[in-house]
Write a protein that binds this ligand. Structure first.
Ligand SMILES: C[S@@+](CC[C@H](N)C(=O)[O-])C[C@H]1O[C@@H](n2cnc3c(N)ncnc32)[C@H](O)[C@@H]1O
Length: 391
């Protein structure tokens, strides 16, 4: 993260503008952590000002990070000039880097893309945890009329597959790094032909981390077309037995089981298990139901007035838990009697979001943006409202 360091710092009065940057206000926590709310051409983010024993460190705030990084570098430059700082360290020299978005942005999509912009003009096939991507790339080449979505949380694997898509000129794959256990919520009912889960991590000691669960199976059935299939391939007898049992508990099902059946393509993991002479199990769950369209999750908005001074009195760092979601109230920052910020994390245990609540003019909003409209986030949002609007 870009940062500068200086031995002495006397803050000017805010708001203050230098060049394209306006430093709006400082919000300070009880531990004296300072967030400087900054705007650049209608985009907002924070700088952090940290007083250390012998110097001050000023850096971009991770949670509100915006791109390209040169915006933060230039904000730090403006901050330094505004305060006439003598810097003892700086890594903000903007290289002659290209400002255009990288080519991979076409393939790698964030979760809100699926919420708002994804076009359902082709049949979808989804691969969960594609790893080295052998199977995904193979299927995409064999089935050019299908739109593939690859889900993976391991960054190097994602980069490798993006590179391969470019080299092999494959244009029917998009990738998301969103956790597969909550991703399906973003997909329309009856739109997917096949879901592949090949060699998922068995998580024998932490079963709650498994991809396959009752709720994952239910969501998979909802997104599958009639005769669409959820296909699990595993070398783990435990995982096989657990998945079989979980699927069998459904009201209606057709399950097909195969042992040591070769596919046209073998993944890196599969090769390893075969060398160790392990058995390979396939379970295919077929969907025969037309599912109702998912009720849209209500918007995560705050419409009632709030009193920041009162909230500050009541604020303690704490966690509110529910069955499938939580809110962690992490820190409060005061800007003035009636304005400030709360740092929190919220949402699904599997995939939480980190946000600030920004309190201004007796209103509150999420910053830097509203959380994704998924069920767990909405439930956490209700918990936040309970805290904010307590009588
Ligand atoms: C054992 S590897 C198997 C990779 C590949 N399917 C294969 O057969 O070679 C499991 C993969 O699932 C990914 N993964 C684990 N949990 C995930 C999750 N919740 N969402 C998406 N991917 C996940 C891991 O990063 C890893 O690449």
């Amino acid at each position: 993260m870009p940062n500068i360091q200086t031995k002495s710092l006397e803050l000017v009065k805010f708001p203050a503008t230098f060049g394209d940057y306006t430093f709006e206000f400082i919000a300070t926590s009880l531990r004296d952590e300072k967030l400087l709310f900054t705007t650049y051409k209608e985009r907002s983010f924070c700088l952090q000002i940290i007083q250390r024993e012998s110097n001050f460190l000023i850096k971009g705030d991770k949670l509100t990070r915006i791109s390209p990084v040169s915006i933060i570098q230039n904000a730090l430059k403006s901050f330094a000039k505004l305060h006439n700082l003598t810097l003892t360290f700086s890594n903000i020299e903007t290289k002659n880097e290209s400002q255009k978005p990288k080519g991979d942005l076409k393939i790698l999509k964030n979760a809100s893309y699926f919420e708002k912009d994804f076009k359902y003009d082709k049949e979808l096939w989804i691969e969960v945890g594609f790893g080295s991507g052998r199977h995904l790339l193979h299927q995409a080449k064999e089935n050019p009329n299908i739109q593939f979505i690859g889900l993976e949380i391991h960054r190097p694997s994602i980069e490798q597959v993006i590179k391969q898509c470019k080299i092999q000129e494959i244009d029917n794959i998009i990738i998301s790094d969103f956790d597969a256990r909550v991703f399906m919520q973003l997909i329309k009912s009856n739109s997917v032909g096949r879901i592949f889960v090949h060699f998922p991590v068995p998580w024998d000691k932490k079963p709650h981390r498994r991809i396959i669960s009752k709720s994952f199976i239910e969501e998979s059935l909802r997104v599958l077309k009639i005769e669409g299939s959820l296909e699990l391939r595993t070398d783990s007898e435990n995982y096989f037995a657990y998945s079989y049992e979980t699927m069998q508990a459904l009201e209606i099902y057709e399950l097909n089981i195969r042992k040591n059946h070769d596919l046209k393509i073998s993944s890196k993991y599969e090769d390893r298990w075969k060398r160790q002479e392990k058995n390979i199990y396939d379970i295919t769950l077929i969907n025969y139901n037309e599912s109702k369209e998912k009720e849209p999750t209500p918007k995560l908005t705050f419409d009632k007035k709030v009193n920041f001074a009162d909230i500050k009195k009541r604020f303690t760092k704490h966690i509110v838990r529910d069955e499938d979601c939580f809110v962690h109230f992490e820190e409060i920052y005061q800007a003035s009697e009636n304005s400030g910020m709360i740092k929190l994390s919220l949402g699904a245990y599997e995939k939480c979001e980190h946000k600030y609540l920004l309190f201004k003019n007796n209103m509150v909003q999420y910053f830097p943006n509203v959380s994704l409209q998924i069920v767990q986030n909405y439930k956490s949002h209700q918990k936040i409202k309970e805290f904010l609007y307590v009588k």
